[in-house]
Design a protein around this ligand. Structure first.
Ligand code: X5A
Ligand code: ZN
Length: 705
C-alpha cells in the first residue's frame, strides 16, 4: 500500500520536475545528480504590520534579494525547479499539537489588534493574515524537497522559505518561527520514507532550541547546532544551549551543542568545528539524509550574529557535508538578516550543491582561543557517547567560571551593532566582486589503451608532448636506459597535463603512470620549476619523497600508511602516519578529519598532488572521499597520480573531481585501533604549532621539535 503511494508520488515529482525544467534553456535534466531549488513568491506575503524593532529584520526582501542574486548569477537556472505546496494539517501534526495548529489557523481571520495580542504570548514572534498559509507553504516546500531527494528525482537541493522554523516548538511559535519546517521534514523522512537515521545540521547563529526539544529523546535524529551564546547572555539565553546538554534517555549523545562564547568567529573557527566535532560524529552516525537548517545570520555582516565567516565558508561547510548520505542533502533557509551577505552566502551554498569547485577560504587559518575551548568542551562532553572521540584524552572540561570574562566583558548581544558597522567596508568589497568565472574542466593523462571509460562531460584527454631522452632524464633523474617508450609517453602526458593545470587551463586532473613514485617526483619538480610556493603532496602507501626535494620549504609531504621514517619525525614539512593499518577505513577516516584536512586547510596549498602508491590499501570509496574533500583547501586544483593497475579507479575519481556525490554511503562505522588513534593524536599535538587547524583544545601544545 505504502509502496504504491510512494511510487505515485515519485512519478508526480519527476513529471513536475521535468515541467519546471523544460521552460528554462539551461536547466539540468532531472536525474540523480540534479540540484533542486524551491522558491515561491507566495512566501513573501507575510510581513510585520506593527512597530517592533526586534521582529523588523525578518521581512520579505530576504527572499526577493536572495532569489534575485541566484538568478543574476545564473545559479537558479541550473537547478531543477520544484513547486512548493501547502503542507496538510496532518503533516504539521507530525511535530505540532492539534491545539497549536488550530491557534495559528485562527490568525487567518484576525484583525491587526488580535494578531498583535496573540504575538505577545510568544517570544519574538509576529503574525499576519497570511502567516498560516505561508508557514504551511514553508513546511510544504521543505517536504517537496525531501521527497524529491529521497525518491532519487534529484541529488540534493535547497528551499528558500519564510517564515523560518528552527525555534518553533510543539506548542509554541518563537523567534520568527511558526512551524518547524526541518523538524517536520525529519519526522516525515522517518515515517513516510522509513529512514532510520537523519542528521540535522543547524548552522544558523541562533540555537534551534525548538528542534532540539522535539528530538531530545530520539536517537534516530542527530541534531547539531552551533550558536552565539556568550555564556548564556545571548538570545534565547537558555541553559539548555550549552555544550554539556547532549540529549536525554535513548537520545543521549544525539544532541550536539557548540556554544560560541565570543562574537567575531570566522572561517577557521567554523571549519574547525566541522572537522573536529561534527564530521567525526556524523561519519560514525552514518545518516541516510542530511537536513541543513541553513540560517545565514552566522555570516559576516549580520546584525544578529556579529560573526565574520565569509560567504565562501558556506561553500566549504556544504562540501564537508556532501560525502554523507551519498550527497542527499536538503538545505532549508532559516535566518539571515544582512540582505547582501545572506544572498551571497546562499549563492555559495547552492553553487557547491551544484558541484562547482569551492573558492579559497580567506583569513588566518587559525581558530581563536574561545572557539578552541568550545571545541574541547563539546568533545569532552560527547566522548562517552561516540567511539570516534573515545580515544581522546580530552582533558578536563573547563567550567565557564574559570575563564568567563577573560578578554573583556561579554558583548551586549543583539543591541550592539558596532561590529557590523566596522565590517561594512570589507563587506562592500567582498560582495561587490564580480561573480566567479566559470570553472575550467578536468584533464586526463591516460595510456592509449584506456578507452571506453564512462567519464563526466567535457574532460580533456591529454595527447602529451614527445619528450627527448635528455628531458626525461632531467625530470625523472632516472637513467634513460631504464626508460621504456611507454614510460616516456606517460611522462610526456603527465608534464603536459600539469602544465595546463599550473597555467589554469584545466582545473584538476588524473595522470596514470607505470611507476608512480617516479611520476610523483616529476610532478613535484615541475610544480617547483613553475614557481609554486606551497605544494601539498599526499602520498598513500610506500612512497618516499626524493632526497633532493626533502626539506624544501615549498613542499609539504604527508605520507599515510607508508614505512616508518625516522628522519620525518624531525622535519616540519614531512608528516608521516606509518603502518599499513593507517589505511584501514576506521583509521583513515579519523586521519582525514583530524590530520589531513586540518593540515591542508592550515597550509593553503596552491596545488595538491594525491598519490596512491604501492601498498595503498584504501578502499575506492575512501579515495573518492579524499578526492572530494581535499579539493576544499586548494580551489579544486588537484592532480591525482595513479598506477597503471589502478585504472578502474580513474572513472570514479574523475567523477569525484567533477563534483559528483560519492557512489555509496560511508557505511557502518569502523573505529580506529587504540594504537593508531593515539599515533594520530600524537602527530596532531606535535604539529599543531605549525598547522593551527590541528588544535582541539585551548591548552597550548608542546613547542615544535
Ligand atoms: C530564525 C532566526 C532569530 C530570532 C531572534 C530574536 N530567528 N531576537 O534567526
Ligand atoms: Zn537565526
Amino acid at each position: 500500500m505504502r509502496g504504491r503511494r510512494e511510487a505515485a508520488r515519485t512519478r508526480r515529482l519527476r513529471s513536475s520536475a521535468a515541467r519546471a525544467g523544460s521552460g528554462m534553456a539551461e536547466s539540468r535534466p532531472p536525474g540523480p545528480q540534479a540540484t533542486a531549488l524551491i522558491y515561491d513568491e507566495d512566501m513573501t506575503r507575510v510581513r510585520l504590520l506593527w512597530d517592533d524593532p526586534e521582529c523588523a529584520i525578518e521581512g520579505p526582501e530576504r527572499l526577493t534579494a536572495t532569489y534575485a542574486r541566484l538568478c543574476h548569477r545564473g545559479l537558479a537556472q541550473r537547478c531543477v525547479r520544484l513547486p512548493a505546496r501547502e503542507a496538510t494539517e496532518e503533516e504539521l501534526e507530525l511535530v505540532h499539537s492539534p491545539e497549536y495548529v488550530a491557534v495559528v489557523k485562527g490568525t487567518q481571520t484576525m484583525n491587526k489588534e488580535e494578531l498583535h495580542n496573540l504575538a505577545q504570548q510568544y517570544d519574538a514572534v509576529y503574525f499576519h493574515p497570511s502567516t498560516f498559509s505561508c508557514a504551511r507553504m514553508a513546511v510544504g516546500a521543505t517536504l517537496q524537497l525531501v521527497d524529491a531527494v529521497l525518491t532519487g528525482a534529484v541529488g540534493n537541493g535547497m528551499a528558500l522559505v519564510r517564515p523560518p522554523g528552527h525555534h518553533s516548538q510543539r506548542d509554541a511559535a518563537n523567534g520568527f518561527c511558526v512551524f518547524n519546517n526541518v523538524a517536520i521534514a525529519a519526522e516525515h523522512a522517518k515515517r513516510r520514507h522509513g529512514l532510520q537515521r537523519v542528521l540535522i545540521v543547524d548552522w544558523d547563529i541562533h540555537h534551534g532550541q525548538g528542534t532540539q526539544g522535539i528530538f531530545e529523546n530520539d536517537p534516530s535524529v542527530l541534531y547539531f547546532s552551533w550558536h552565539r551564546y556568550e555564556h548564556q547572555s545571548f538570545w534565547p539565553r537558555l541553559r539548555e544551549s550549552d555544550y554539556d546538554v547532549v540529549g536525554q534517555g535513548p537520545g543521549r549523545g544525539f544532541t550536539v551543542n557548540v556554544p560560541w562564547n565570543k562574537v567575531g568567529m570566522g572561517n577557521a573557527d567554523y571549519v574547525s568545528v566541522f572537522l573536529h566535532v561534527l564530521l567525526p560524529l556524523a561519519i560514525e552516525f552514518d545518516p541516510e539524509l542530511v537536513l541543513v537548517s541553513a540560517g545565514f545570520d552566522s555570516g559576516i555582516g549580520d546584525p544578529e550574529g556579529q560573526m565574520q565567516a565569509t560567504p565562501e565558508c558556506f561553500a566549504h561547510l556544504t562540501l564537508l557535508l556532501l560525502p554523507l548520505a551519498r550527497g542527499r542533502l536538503c538545505a532549508v533557509l532559516e535566518g539571515g538578516y544582512h540582505l547582501q551577505s545572506l544572498a551571497e552566502c546562499v549563492c555559495l551554498t547552492l553553487q557547491t550543491l551544484l558541484g562547482d569547485p569551492v573558492p579559497a577560504l580567506s583569513g588566518d587559518p587559525a581558530p581563536c582561543l574561545s572557539s578552541l575551548e568550545s571545541i574541547q568542551n563539546v568533545r569532552a562532553a560527547h566522548a562517552p557517547h561516540w567511539a570516534s572521540l573515545r580515544h581522546e584524552d580530552t582533558g578536563p572540561i573547563l567550567t565557564p567560571s574559570t575563564w568567563r570574562g577573560d578578554g573583556g566583558p561579554p558583548s551586549l548581544g543583539a543591541q550592539s551593532t558596532g561590529t557590523a558597522d566596522r565590517w561594512e567596508p570589507l563587506l562592500d568589497k567582498l560582495l561587490s566582486c564580480s561573480p566567479p568565472s566559470p570553472h575550467t574542466g578536468i584533464g586526463l593523462a591516460l595510456p592509449d589503451s584506456a578507452s571506453s571509460l564512462h567519464l563526466p562531460p567535457a574532460v580533456l584527454q591529454e595527447q602529451g608532448l614527445s619528450l627527448s631522452e635528455e628531458e626525461a632524464v632531467m625530470w625523472s633523474r632516472l637513467d634513460s636506459a631504464f626508460m621504456q617508450d611507454q614510460a616516456l609517453a606517460a611522462l610526456g602526458k603527465l608534464l603536459a597535463l600539469l602544465d595546463k593545470i599550473l597555467a589554469g587551463q584545466v582545473r584538476a586532473g588524473i595522470a596514470v603512470a607505470p611507476e608512480v613514485s617516479a611520476a610523483m617526483a616529476v610532478a613535484i619538480r615541475k610544480g617547483l620549476s613553475w614557481g609554486a610556493q606551497r605544494l601539498l603532496c599526499v602520498a598513500i602507501g610506500d612512497l618516499d619523497i626524493p632526497e633532493d626535494l626533502r626539506d624544501n620549504g615549498h613542499i609539504l609531504f604527508l605520507n599515510i600508511g607508508g614505512k616508518e621514517q625516522l628522519e620525518a619525525a624531525s622535519s616540519p614539512t614531512c608528516i608521516c602516519l606509518s603502518g599499513h593499518e593507517a589505511t584501514e577505513p576506521g583509521t583513515f577516516l579519523l586521519a582525514l578529519t583530524s590530520l589531513i584536512l586540518p593540515v591542508a586547510y592550515s597550509f593553503q596549498p596552491e596545488l595538491v598532488l594525491v598519490v596512491p602508491g604501492p601498498g595503498c590499501g584504501l578502499r575506492s570509496l575512501d579515495m573518492e572521499l579524499l578526492t572530494r574533500l581535499l579539493q576544499g583547501p586548494v580551489e579544486g586544483r588537484m592532480l591525482l597520480l595513479l598506477q597503471d593497475a589502478e585504472l578502474p579507479l580513474v572513472e570514479a575519481l574523475a567523477w569525484a573531481l567533477a563534483g559528483r556525490a560519492l557512489s555509496s554511503t560511508l557505511g557502518p562505522f569502523f573505529s580506529a585501533s587504540p594504537k593508531q588513534a593515539s599515533a594520530i593524536t600524537h602527530l596532531c599535538r606535535q604539529r599543531q604549532l605549525y598547522w593551527p587547524m590541528l588544535q582541539v583544545s585551548g591548552n597550548p601544545g608542546p613547542s615544535p621539535g
